[in-house]
Design a protein around this ligand. Sequence first.
Ligand code: PMP
Length: 370
Amino acid sequence: MGIWSFGSSGDPLFLEPFWMQHSTSSALVVSGWHRMSYSFNDNTLISQHLESLIRKLHAFVGNAVTQDRYIVFGAGSTQVLSAAAYALSLANSSSSHSPTRVVASVPYYALYKQQVEYFNSAKFKYEGDAHTWRNRSESDASTNVIEFVTSPNNPDGLLNKAVLHGPNVKTIYDRAYYWPHFTPIPAPADEDLTVFTLSKLTGHAGSRFGWAVVKDETVFNKMVLHMQVNSIGVSKDTQLRAFKLLKAILEEGTQIFDFAYQTMKSRWERLATTLSSSNRFSLQKINPQYCFFYNKVRESSPAYAWVKCEKEEDKDCYAVLKAANIIGRKGNVFGSEDNYVRLSLVRSQDDFDILIQRLQKLVSEEDGAI
Ligand code: PMP
């Protein structure tokens, strides 16, 4: 098994009840003869209607600047992230023969490493924790670097910023979770290359739709070329589905955000209460911030709990939780220590209720628990 497993995944089914309440406005019927061509009527592989809805949505939420920016689509942000890495390594490599160094700060989302290692291209080498390259990369201008910055971060929900800077450093911002569901929105993202996904916005992970907002035209063209060579663009059925969903969202004002934020907030309250009497398990702490979407200071409500087993004898935190029938994802998957485990909080309500029950039992069995 690779990094991916059903049991602990971030499958965002917590949004299913929202779509049950909006089943008519989001429904789609496609006749057999519709949309058979590779391309749209204007001969492109990208629906201009969908692109303009994406720009409207970012303007409404205030989570990304899209004016004077290019937008490229992919099969989930997974494909967009690899296209971005290829585009930036091509942009980089003219002055250098050594492979582009790919880094991300620990704890990092495992896919970046897995993509580099699996595709095994001569262009890249995964070099682990961004922090360990801080002084070296900035002084060694002959080697190109790509830093993935996940903000909010998977697994710990922090609004990470780039660690490395310099003329030889390119940054890819993965903003899969930069929606009011999961975090305050302190400012619109305004980076060279920012990646978003439908998966964590609407919950439609299975539709496989993601996009990047890109400043530089050359990088954009390289990403488009990558998509053409890789898959001749994103399924038109998927683009139609994404269009319908985003249209339904925009017609309802703040509704989906209110639903998602309230659901995540109440899950966090239950989780924090459950672990409040524990000396054995602790949760990540994130400072509240001003959110320009809700016009107030608010707490984060991340997609994952980054649980730490505090006791020396519990250094395999995954095993401790597994013994209580709680399946998380091991710390070392994220380049971290195994006294950490990531628990997914975005699954269905039943899944979450069972998680809380099992945690309650585990905490009640602790020595000296109140
Ligand atoms: N980036 C991050 C940080 C993620 O957590 C995920 C999914 N778990 C992805 C990218 C990929 O999601 P998708 O391909 O469904 O867009």
